[in-house]
Design a protein around this ligand. Structure first.
Ligand code: UD1
Length: 419
């Protein structure tokens, strides 16, 4: 198994063009199933999760190929409706293929995603919504067998108990070619939902209200292929900004999604860094030791502070001056990275959904294991700010979401190798 070997203590400095968003690219790849033609997706990140999505597309009969950061999907042919358990297991978010397959063929067999590194990941809201849209769903030995009796789902009024990102995406994917109108109340407002809808509109879909709590979708008979550019990855942006801040460095992020990163940037500024934005650029300078964040950092659905940025900002605050407090409100098990940070000398106390971080002057290197994607990134960040060498194992978690992180860090002047 590969490791990252990181020698800490260097200031990061430089310019970085932000990669495309994984969490946009995945549902958009699923959405290409609805087009029945060729789609070109520009700014598509080259990541293991993206390759898993492409394997699912190929297994149902489509042709998905990559050329640098462009993915080309030809969905003229879909001749398989069963997605194997093995493919479904490769990636938690494979469940978004359910709505897209139902939209294209009126049936599919997928699997329960089960528990994952962030704790149980139920799909009750996804299933209840599909049932409301007229889909028969049978669960048998972990397989979910879905079929719209008339060959097509129909529109429905759906009120989500919580603005789930995945459930909102699945409903949209199922609704765009369904019979009639679908209204989603309490829909997720994450920027990636707007990106998915932007893509679907470019393919001929009729969607209004994305980015707000009420989304209205009028079923269109057929969609067509298109060329689309995937938005920048706001969480990867948050990671490299936090990393530079903790190293007391300086960075210009280009190709950034500035308004979408505002909930993160407004908290980051409280650490005393200078942050300037201009169209699609973010400049950050952090000359001195970071200050603790005074207000409790509560993860919330967008436009709240993103849960995906919790671990990386926490890692930066372990070397700040003072005490910061996080409250994780989205996932039950999202503090698994804290043990590794403590092993590196951080002072963190976890009490249920609250984590209290008392800043220490310095961290030290240690041997640690990535626990999940963003938790693993947090360990790299801490390692770069620490004295000595850190070895991070199980980096397949990190490769799921960051394009060649070691090369990016080296480009910014950090010492990080894949071993
Ligand atoms: C997506 C993102 C993930 C991010 C999360 C929250 C992708 C590929 N992943 O995950 O990076 O951290 O949004 O912003 O885009 N829930 C239920 N029942 C359901 C669905 C969800 O109880 O049917 C719960 C989940 O367990 C969790 C919460 O709702 O506690 C939020 O989950 P959700 O918004 O659905 O996250 P994902 O779409 O899985």
């Amino acid at each position: 198994m590969q490791k990252f070997i990181v020698k800490g203590g260097r200031r990061l400095r430089g310019e970085l063009a932000l990669q495309g968003s994984k969490n946009s690219a995945l549902p958009i790849m699923a959405a290409t199933l609805l087009c029945g033609g060729e789609c070109r997706l520009n700014n598509c990140p080259r990541l293991t999760d993206i390759y898993s999505a492409s394997r699912i597309l190929n297994c149902v009969g489509c042709r998905c190929t990559f050329s640098e950061n462009t993915a080309v999907v030809d969905s003229s042919v879909v001749n398989e409706t069963v997605i194997s358990e093995e493919l479904m297991r490769e990636m938690r978010s494979s469940i978004i293929f359910m709505g897209a397959m139902l939209g294209r063929t009126g049936e599919c067999t997928v699997s329960v995603p089960g528990g994952c590194e962030l704790g149980p990941r139920p799909i009750d809201m996804h299933l209840a919504a599909m049932r409301k849209m007229g889909v028969d769903i049978r669960e048998s030995y972990g397989r979910i067998i879905c079929r719209a009796p008339s060959g097509k789902a129909h529109g429905a009024r759906i009120s989500l108990a919580f603005p789930s990102v995945g459930a909102t995406e699945n409903i949209i994917l199922c609704a765009v070619t369904a019979e009639g109108e679908t209204v989603i109340n309490n829909a997720a407002r994450e920027p990636e939902i707007r990106d998915l809808c932007g893509f679907l509109r470019a393919c001929g879909a009729n969607i209004k209200g994305d980015g707000e709590s009420k989304i209205i979708i009028k079923g269109a008979g057929k969609l067509h292929g298109c060329e689309y550019t995937i938005m920048a990855d706001r969480i990867v942006g948050a990671t490299y900004l936090s990393m530079t801040a903790a190293s007391r460095g300086e960075i210009i992020l280009t190709n950034a999604c500035v308004p979408e990163m505002e909930p993160f940037l407004s908290v980051l500024e409280q650490t005393g860094c200078s942050v300037y934005t201009n169209e699609n650029k973010i400049y950050l300078r952090s000359g001195a030791r970071l200050k603790a964040v005074k207000d409790r950092i509560r993860t919330m659905p967008h436009p709240g502070f993103p849960t995906d940025a919790q671990a990386v900002l926490m890692a930066a605050l372990t070397v700040s001056d003072g005490t910061s407090v996080f409250e994780e409100n989205i996932f039950d098990c999202r503090y698994r990275h804290t043990d590794a940070l403590v092993k590196m000398g951080a002072d963190i106390q976890v009490l249920g959904k609250v984590a209290i971080i008392k800043g220490t002057p310095r961290l030290h290197g240690a041997a640690v294991e990535a626990t999940d994607l963003r938790g693993g990134a947090a360990m790299v960040l801490a390692a770069l700010a620490a004295e000595g060498t850190t070895e991070i194992d199980r980096i397949s978690h990190i490769d799921r979401g960051y394009e060649k992180m070691e090369e990016t860090v080296r480009k910014l002047g950090g010492d990080m190798q894949r071993g």
